[in-house]
Design a protein around this ligand. Structure first.
Ligand SMILES: [Zn+2]
Length: 296
């Protein structure tokens, strides 16, 4: 296995050669670390986390010298190198992954250096998701579909939040403790959130403790529109705050907390608004298939 001299990634030692090796391996295994420049920035950390998401219960953004992330990367990148389409060779330092494999030497690093307590900064900015990397198989629900399913929440809308007036819909609106906070929305959506946040608590307890919301139920038009009704009007969408921070609509970035939440929301049939043509990284809403199971 190719040898790293120090850890790479979030709070890592990030020696330039090591970072370049990790970037090369990330690229060769199909991830996007940004330019292979030996500098560990947010693209590199985000790519490390995306590898770790498939690998570890709790991604920490750090590639340890003898840790599972580096083992996976070297194994995986080595295999990909044999494929002709690999682009790993456009990297800088004389393709370190093809060096002869040095004998594995046990490291005292862990033993002599107490493991620092690394807490991720969930408000760190990360790039918006690449097309097709999130919301796989999940369609957002159109106004038409959701009206056919649940009716109009009220007769008129504006840009301001107003209460629903549809009696059947009102009977389905509940306020409940969903784990990190209380939320008001359509009963099955609130129940679904409870399951989502239970899963977040299990896989990312530190993140769970930092979750907040900017609201769920709110009958209004989509911001800036006079025709499209926001899915918040049915109480089937929620706006998420991470550590008190609301990533603004139309932002060119998400943050680590939202990025870690997305696959869990997706698993439960919710669509992440970061992929809307008008980006809405803090917004999650029940996808069309999930909504079809809701009845007023
Ligand atoms: Zn929203």
């Amino acid at each position: 296995m190719t040898h790293l001299n120090g850890s790479v990634g979030l709070h890592g030692r990030n020696r330039r050669n090591d970072v370049a090796m990790v970037q090369t391996a990330l690229l060769a295994s199909g991830h996007s670390p940004g330019p292979i420049d030996g500098l560990c920035g947010r693209h590199t950390i985000s790519a490390i986390i995306s590898v770790q998401r498939q690998l570890l219960g709790k991604p920490d953004g750090l590639v340890e010298v003898h840790g599972p992330t580096w083992r996976w990367l070297t194994a995986h990148a080595g295999r990909s190198h044999q494929q002709p389409s690999q682009s790993g060779s456009r990297s800088s330092p004389a393709s370190p992954l093809r060096r002869p494999v040095p004998p594995e030497t046990p490291s005292n690093e862990r033993a002599i250096r107490p493991l620092p307590s690394r807490t991720l900064n969930y408000t760190d900015h990360v790039p918006l998701p690449k097309k097709g990397s999130v919301n796989v198989g999940i369609r957002p629900a159109s106004n038409q579909a959701i009206i056919a399913q649940l009716g109009q929440p009220r007769d008129s809308y504006s840009q301001q939040c107003q209460p629903p007036t549809n009696a059947a819909l009102k009977r389905m609106v509940v306020t409940g403790d969903v784990g990190p906070f209380r939320a008001t929305g359509l009963r099955p959506a609130v129940l679904s959130l409870t399951a989502i946040f239970a899963e977040v608590r299990k896989t990312h307890p530190d993140l769970h403790a930092k979750l907040g919301t900017a609201g769920m139920m709110c009958c209004r038009y989509v911001r800036g529109s006079t025709r499209s009704i926001s899915n918040h009007a049915w109480g089937t969408a929620i706006d998420m705050k991470i550590d008190g921070i609301l990533v603004p609509r139309k932002a060119h970035y998400a943050n680590l907390g939202l990025q870690l939440l997305a696959p869990i929301f997706n698993k439960h049939g919710w669509y992440w608004g970061a992929a809307f043509s008008t980006r809405d990284p803090h917004h999650f809403e029940c996808g069309a298939d999930l909504l079809e199971t809701f009845h007023a």
